[in-house]
Design a protein around this ligand. Structure first.
Ligand SMILES: *Cc1c(COP(=O)(O)O)cnc(C)c1O
Length: 348
């Protein structure tokens, strides 16, 4: 597959903004920087941040085993996804494919970018991609296929055979959104990046790494693809405070490992506790840090929980999720609070 043929003509012709930090690439502390119209008095954030976030990428590269040349960072995964739309999808002409029920941002971004979204529902019993229907829905203007695995809100991972077939046969980019991969028993597709020129993997620091507040999304792809995204990204898209915090917390590997272990133990406990709630009729298998459940009346139960001070997510309007509530796994105390209140409202 030739990536060049997927790029929008206007993007191919684009001359990117060249920032002061792009033009001078040296990084000697002894340099006198009089090139960016900054305030010279050091307060920790008076300088523009590194546009290529080299220190964060170096730490990530070590953790994930991917060379820094195949990593791009964004202001949340949402920015990364938006860059993909803007680079590859011609407004009012191209289309993308998503598989409901899934993460809502693919559709929002498609609408925002005037790109048609073709929806091919997941199977209703086990939320797996219908590979043949997806390939049938695609045409020569289908530029991106979004696979969210583990999927939000269903919680399951997609079968490896289905993903592999789609990677081989879909003629555009295949974006695998791995926001929840660190909670999964399945392996990341990162190890297969070299094999598939159309593979783009997105991850985030917002979930397992505990940094939703700093807004940092990660994109892993070939140098060919990242070259395009780097051309169009805002030069200073990841701010200095976020870069500093990311390096600090990513370096503390034990902390994250222990938190993930704790969340997974809590997930198991929450599942067994949910089994005791009379109005919970189904608990879907989860490879993520949340659990989708079917209840008797999702909106009623949602409101009752809010009344008790517990906020969960009502997913009842999503395809295949009628009367479903999604519970994020919290701390032991938070989960106990949830279960206590579910028991209370089940008895009232
Ligand atoms: C939470 C989530 C993200 C994370 O988005 P950020 O912008 O990085 O916070 C991405 N994809 C899915 C499916 C999610 O659920």
């Amino acid at each position: 597959m030739n990536i060049q043929n997927l790029i929008r003509p206007v993007i191919k012709a684009l001359k990117p903004y060249s920032s002061a930090r792009d033009e001078f690439q040296g990084n000697s502390d002894a340099m006198v920087f009089l090139d960016a119209n900054e305030n010279p008095f050091n307060n920790g954030v008076n300088r523009y941040p590194d546009p290529q976030q080299k220190r964060v990428k170096a730490v990530l590269s070590e953790i994930k085993g991917v060379p820094t040349s195949k990593i791009l960072l964004g202001n949340g995964s949402d920015e990364v996804l938006d860059l993909i739309f803007r680079a590859f999808c011609e407004p009012n002409q191209d289309n993308v494919i998503s598989l409901p029920p899934t993460y809502g941002m693919y559709e929002v971004l498609a609408n925002l970018n005037a790109v048609e979204i073709r929806k091919v529902n997941l199977t209703e019993d086990d939320f797996q991609p219908k590979v043949d229907a997806i390939l049938e829905a695609a045409d020569t203007n289908s530029k991106v296929l979004f696979l969210c695995s583990p999927n939000n809100p269903s919680g399951n991972s997609f079968s490896n055979a289905s993903v592999e077939k789609l990677l081989n046969e879909f003629k555009g980019l295949v974006v695998i959104d791995e926001a929840y991969i660190d909670f999964s028993k399945e392996k990341s597709w990162l190890t297969r990046l070299e094999e598939f020129p159309n593979l783009v993997i997105t991850q985030t620091l917002s979930k397992a790494y505990g940094m939703a507040g700093i807004r940092m999304g990660i994109c892993y792809a070939s140098e060919d693809i990242l070259k395009v995204l780097n051309t169009i990204k805002p030069p200073y898209n990841v701010n200095e405070l976020s870069q500093i915090k990311a390096v600090e917390l990513l370096t503390n590997k034990e902390l994250t490992k222990n938190q993930i272990k704790n969340i997974l133990e809590e997930r198991s406990r929450l599942i067994s506790d949910l089994e005791t709630i009379s109005f919970v009729s189904k608990i879907y298998p989860s490879d993520a840090n949340f659990i989708l459940t079917k209840v008797d009346d999702a909106t009623k139960r949602y409101n009752e929980l809010v009344e008790k001070g517990v906020v969960v997510r009502n997913r009842t309007t999503q395809f295949g999720c009628e009367n479903c509530l999604r519970f994020t796994v919290g701390t032991k105390e938070e989960n106990e609070e949830l279960i206590k209140n579910l028991l209370l409202i089940s008895k009232s």
